[in-house]
Design a protein around this ligand. Structure first.
Ligand SMILES: Cc1cc2nc3c(=O)[nH]c(=O)nc-3n(C[C@H](O)[C@H](O)[C@H](O)COP(=O)(O)OP(=O)(O)OC[C@H]3O[C@@H](n4cnc5c(N)ncnc54)[C@H](O)[C@@H]3O)c2cc1C
Length: 282
């Protein structure tokens, strides 16, 4: 047997799932399974004990789908990465999400991996956290009594991506003035896992940068904003030198946690490229 003996719980509704999420002891959530199943197999091979209960979300139909209401778009937790990039709503309103999801790993992984899994799995290198923070997404969680709570994506990652309740969906608001640029650097040739990902968002007032968000996923910590760089960029006018000048206004502690000069350099190259893309788009 590939896995140790376990009890599989298969709720059919979000409220049943939310109850089990809180009440089951010694348990793990199974969404698309791309991380969890591998880790359960690996732990068994190493002889390490694995959780007794697995809470599968596969049969919870109301945890799937993308919908919109006015300028708000909702993405539910069990929507797959493929469904996100194939969604017309996402492609039209948030082309950056279409691009990011289209480039995640391979087709089999994208067909299984869920939006919720990418945000809540607590691996520090997955790519949707930076986009969700740049877009100022709000993340919704359901408690066992069926009431919900909400956190900004930024607060969720500041809290080290921990939550005591089931993640159900996120909402993002479409701002027609916002422009976003995204960069990822591949870690190794064998497995397409990013070394870093980052997203820069600004809303231009004429040619001036405003409400800028610079969000970095360093791979060694959860996604975080570079407030110093944002402060420098706000009020600046787009120009050919802005990307270069911006490099003197970084919160270096974010980037210099990486072990080698090459990695530290790649952050600067990527950030500068993203800022230059935005200058050209204005
Ligand atoms: C070979 C490979 C390459 C990959 N490359 C990339 C890449 O390039 N870029 C990238 O961004 N990602 C990449 N991934 C990550 C992939 O996107 C994740 O595997 C995925 O995000 C996890 O989603 P899942 O639905 O499979 O989660 P699962 O493996 O099913 O679950 C993982 C954990 O997430 C948590 N969880 C899931 N859903 C919920 C919920 N609704 N509420 C609370 N907790 C929940 C639980 O703790 C759960 O145990 C790669 C993965 C693999 C295996």
């Amino acid at each position: 047997m590939l896995l140790n003996t376990l009890t599989l719980h298969t709720p059919q509704t979000t409220s049943e799932a939310a109850k089990l999420f809180k009440e089951l002891e010694d348990s793990k959530v199974l969404a698309g399974g791309t991380f969890l199943l591998n880790s359960l197999k690996l732990l068994k091979t190493k002889g390490t004990r694995t959780p007794k209960n697995i809470l599968s979300l596969a049969k919870v139909a109301d945890l799937k789908g993308i919908s919109s209401s006015g300028s708000n778009v909702t993405i539910k937790a069990m929507t797959t990465i493929t469904e996100i990039f194939e969604s017309q709503t996402i492609t039209e309103r948030f082309p950056i999400l279409h691009t990011i999801c289209r480039n995640i790993s391979t087709t089999p992984i994208r067909n299984m991996a869920s939006f919720g899994g990418n945000l809540t799995c607590r691996y520090t290198w997955t790519e949707l956290p930076v986009a969700m923070m740049a877009l100022d997404a709000h993340m919704y969680f359901m408690s066992p009594d069926g009431t919900g709570s909400v956190l900004s994506a930024e607060d969720f990652f500041k809290n080290n991506a921990r939550s005591e309740y089931l993640f159900t969906h996120a909402t993002i608001s479409h701002d027609p003035l916002a422009r976003l640029a995204y960069r990822r650097v591949r870690k190794m040739s064998e497995v397409d896992q990013p070394l870093l990902s980052l997203c820069v968002k600004t809303s231009f007032k004429g040619s001036q940068w405003s409400q800028t968000r610079v969000v970095i996923n360093s791979g060694t910590a959860f996604a975080q904003r570079d407030y110093l760089l944002e402060e420098f960029l706000n009020g600046k006018t787009s120009g050919s030198n802005l990307g270069h000048e911006a490099m003197n206004h970084l919160t270096v502690a974010i980037y210099d946690t990486r072990s080698t000069e090459y990695k530290q350099h790649m952050f600067r190259v990527s950030l500068r490229g993203a800022i230059e893309d935005l200058c050209k788009s204005n």
